[in-house]
Design a protein around this ligand. Structure first.
Ligand SMILES: Nc1nc2c(ncn2[C@@H]2O[C@H](COP(=O)(O)OP(=O)(O)O)[C@@H](O)[C@H]2O)c(=O)[nH]1
Ligand SMILES: [Mg+2]
Ligand SMILES: [Zn+2]
Length: 325
């Protein structure tokens, strides 16, 4: 584990000749970013030790879940000097900008429930974004204690099971025991629309987390001036859970339409078969995806969902062109 690989204290050259704030100042080490608030970070360097850190140089380039190289600057404080190679990167994109949300996430737990009604399009967006970022997915159907309502949700979720997605049924009010082993060995992130029970699940897993339940703060927190911290909680050795209060979905706007099509598992087998290489799978003659939808191999709602995702990208793409090219 990189953040255990501490190097013995070395005095930084830039500190030579200056009075040291602490004996540890100048010591170089590595750690795991466990909280990110703007340009301030909390970094776990192992053995329960945490340092308050600022980033040197690069603005906004560090995220919760990053393994970083540090140089201590005083008691309990350090400067982040570098980022170790990342396994995955999660972006949150809105109409205005793309923000780094978390690094090294290996599993997205997409929470849905029968009440309030969940939007399949939002579920699709979460699944596609995770797939495109090489992050495995687990769909959790929460509130299974609401039996009658849940039967209806089960019907729309059976499609996802047929597509090969992993579906776990539970009730955060009764027990999250079934979820615990599924988080083992992963850095997971809980995503899903407001009201599905993400905070309830987090609190059941981590009674000390104190996530607000039934709050509308999530909806208000998606704006540009958010100051709420993203946090990484430890669930035991090698298992972490990232909690970001504003998170409903993560960004798709950085993806190309081709990558989005490939992230629909049921499209994959057909993508090479279209007559036109840059086929948008909308009304083109000889489109293999449309043909698969016509014969029922691809569910029409998923095809429509794909089209809506592509349409939602269009304005962002134009503005990106305007600023970068
Ligand atoms: N019946 C039932 N209600 C739940 C369950 N989990 C959460 N809730 C309720 O659903 C509402 C939203 O929960 P919350 O955890 O805040 O959802 P979040 O917006 O996804 O974080 C709250 O009133 C919870 O008490 C569950 O397993 N069963
Ligand atoms: Mg919540
Ligand atoms: Zn096509």
């Amino acid at each position: 584990m990189p953040f255990d690989a501490q190097t013995p204290g070395v005095l930084g050259a830039d500190l030579a000749g200056r009075a040291l704030v602490s004996a540890a100042a100048g010591r170089r080490t590595q750690g795991l970013v466990v909280a990110a608030f703007g340009r301030h970070f909390e970094v776990d360097i192992g053995h329960g030790e945490r340092l308050a850190c600022v980033a040197r140089g690069k603005k906004g380039g560090i995220a919760c879940g990053d393994h970083v190289a540090l140089r201590a600057t005083g008691a309990g404080q350090a400067v982040i000097e570098g980022i170790l190679p990342r396994r995955t990167v999660l972006l949150r994109a809105d109409a205005y900008r793309t923000k780094l949300l978390a690094a090294n996430v290996t599993q997205a737990v997409v929470v849905v429930a029968a009440q309030p009604t969940f939007y399949p399009d939002l579920l699709d967006r979460c699944l596609i974004a995770a797939e495109a970022a090489s992050i495995r997915t687990l769909i959790v159907l929460n509130k299974c204690d609401l039996e009658d309502l849940t039967q209806h949700a089960e019907r729309s979720l059976s499609l996802y099971e047929r597509l090969g997605y992993d579906l776990l049924r539970l009730s955060a009010h009764q027990s999250i025991a079934a979820l615990r082993p599924r988080l083992q060995g992963h850095t997971s992130i809980l995503v899903g629309q407001s009201g599905m029970g993400k905070s309830s699940i987090l609190n059941a897993l981590l009674p000390g987390a104190g996530a607000a339940i039934g709050e509308i703060s999530e909806a208000l927190d998606t704006g540009r001036h958010t100051t709420t911290a993203t946090r990484l909680h430890s669930l035991g050795p090698e298992s972490h859970l990232i909690d970001s209060p504003g998170l409903q979905e993560f960004g798709l706007s950085t993806l190309e339409p081709e990558a989005i099509a490939r992230s629909f598992p049921e499209f994959r087998a057909h993508l090479g078969g279209c007559r036109f290489r840059n086929c948008a799978h909308r009304s083109e003659p000889g489109c293999a995806v449309l043909e698969a939808a016509r014969v029922g191999t691809i569910d029409p709602r998923r095809l429509a969902s794909y089209h809506r995702i592509i349409e939602s990208l269009a304005p962002l793409r134009h503005s990106a062109r305007g600023t970068h090219r």
